[in-house]
Design a protein around this ligand. Sequence first.
Ligand code: PDD
Length: 284
Amino acid sequence: MSEIVFVDGAYVERKDARVSIFDRGFLFADGIYEVCAVLDGKLVDNSAHLARLDRSLAAIELACPMSHAEIVAMQRELVARNALREGLIYMQVTRGVADRDFAFPEGATPTFVAFAQHKRIIGAPAAETGVAAISVPDLRWARRDIKSIALLAQVLAKQQARKARAAEAFMVEDGFVTEGASSTAFIVTKADEIVTRPLSNALLPGCTRQAILALARERGMKLVERAFTIEEACEAAECFFTSATAFVMPVVSLDGRTIGQGRPGPATRRLRELYIAAAREEAE
Ligand code: PDD
């Protein structure tokens, strides 16, 4: 079956999708993106993703060319046209096409593209065994709270992880983990505290992070929002990362050191199950 993507209001086959080389996303990475999971053909936690899309757009002073209702209709159309049951919808908005000049162009129309991707999320084998992670220096800019399409530091971090046969890279700044290259980092201490870094410009406000903190809070699990080090993560009882496309992913080794028992721990498994149940129930 051919794959149908969305480009500026039109549904076209992947091979026919075109964006100008003068698009500011291509020339300056002048744009933002959003990724939301699809489960049973429904959008997971989409209102949180749309709220963050608005937040990212406002941060770069870009007006969204589509309303929320239009975006949701388009996301559903992509799900339907691509017969997507499980996977994700990727959306990207850039400042549009203009002669190359750093400052904002006058009168450019934003470019809005989106596509669907099939991915096994619930039954991902990695979630059963846990994955390896490595640490890398955080080489990014100072506004990591914006979901910017400028992802070169994360591309390099992920490639380093791949070379080390690891699934994720935890990025470190001033001795503390900021987040994963495409996820939020968590540890569970030996005192059963779930620890993740507080929100700031240093990291992306993860939608899955927000949902996990709410679920853990409702269940009376102990939560602490503070930064942690790689050493602490290696010595922790459990470690995991969260994202729209991985949900809750156990990390069982870090820089080659085994974490806990070297298999997914009880708190991580519980949070994954809670999140899957909530996602299934609330997806729309
Ligand atoms: N990435 N931190 C970074 C740097 C990320 O790129 C992501 C997600 C997250 C987790 O955010 P959320 O829970 O809202 O997905 C944290 C997406 C999945 C991506 O780039 O593909």
